[in-house]
Design a protein. Sequence first.
Length: 465
Amino acid sequence: MTMGPRLKARIAGVFYLITFVAGVFALMSANGRFAANLIATACYVAVTLLFYDLFKPVNRSLSLLAALVSLVGLVMGLLTMFHVAPFHINNLVFFGFYCLLIGYLILKSTFLPRILGVFMAIGGLGWLTFLSSSLEKSLSPYNMAPGIIGEGILTIWLLAVGLNEQRWKEQASAPKLMRHLTAALLILFAIPAFAANDAELITAGRAALSHGELDRAIAQFEKAVTVNPNNSEGHYYLGMAYGRQAQKAGIFRGMSEIGKAKAEWLRAVELNPNYVDARLALIDFYIVAPAIVGGSEDKAIEQAVEIRKRDALDGHRAYARIYTRQKKFDLAVKEMVEAVREQPKSAKAHYLLGNALLNQEDWKGSLHEYEMALSLDAAYMPAYFRIGQHAARSESNYVRGEEAIRKYLEYKPADDEPPLANAWYWLGMIQEKQGKKAEARQSYLNGQKLAPDSKDIGEALKRVS
């Protein structure tokens, strides 16, 4: 016995409903998320295949295109779940195009109310906001409402009414094709999404990040991990950009952004277990973040243990970082004293001990370690920055501090070294403390050009203006 179109429509409604229920469960339950996502995917496959059959009488080619778009989105979702996606794009974008196509097919059909097509098209536009990370963030979570409402109303109609079977049969007897529209949409999907390689995109993203252009930086890094999803550096910097964005955002959006940052750092470590900077970023996250979003001192220590396995000095640095975040400055100093004992000829070890002592406001001890670092390696530039910072904080040795900080300003810092914006800030502090307000103001302005969102520089400018 052949299944009629009305029964097919109602079965599609059942699978649609299960998709919704499983999706909600996946969002609310961490333990069953994986299984729920698999169920939702399987049910949406069924919806897609049933819709293809139901909308063939309207336009066979367009119905096939819609089905292909949906199936690609579902495959991308599965690949993302298993962290093997060939490129980084939110699979909701595919469902945005799918909803637009289904909405158009409903509008052109004679067996479903056209208002359902309008709702689906509006829903599709909502899902398409996920094409742009900046647009998605600015509209979240409201941009999800059109899709949920549009697909939800269609689900209810299919369950309650199905479709007009007589009109479906009439339309099936006189199919119409839209070859031009189909060809145009196929070309749209075939256009290459990438114009630069991942290294170029990361370089552009880092430049934007250093100037505080977070949306641009995120866009570049997202493209980089799309071009090469196995580039650990791209994932690390994308996490850094998300982290900076979280600091600027409100509490709810901030929680979302920091969660995305954590995911990127974990991916970076998964791809390159020796990526110390990514592990240090995870330490900061686990120590600072509340437990509700994944903060955990135990997990921070796990990262420190892994770092120590790979490098003794970085291991001491990792534990000192944890103690510093916990305000246990004496333990941080003890950790770095041990590092210097193990590597007395290491400029970096003395520098890190100096930082631990500076946090305790041990002016004499910290300055001694910075000078010791330079005596071992005169080209170890971060020590010059700290000598300038030390002068401003301790309100002493201004001449030596200004000389050191100006030397640092002639240098291009690495990513794990103090940024030049901070150097301009501390130079301004040295000048301000000596009553040189005009010079201090200019230094602060120079810093603000590099870090427009810096609250410390903004407050300093108010003091000297």
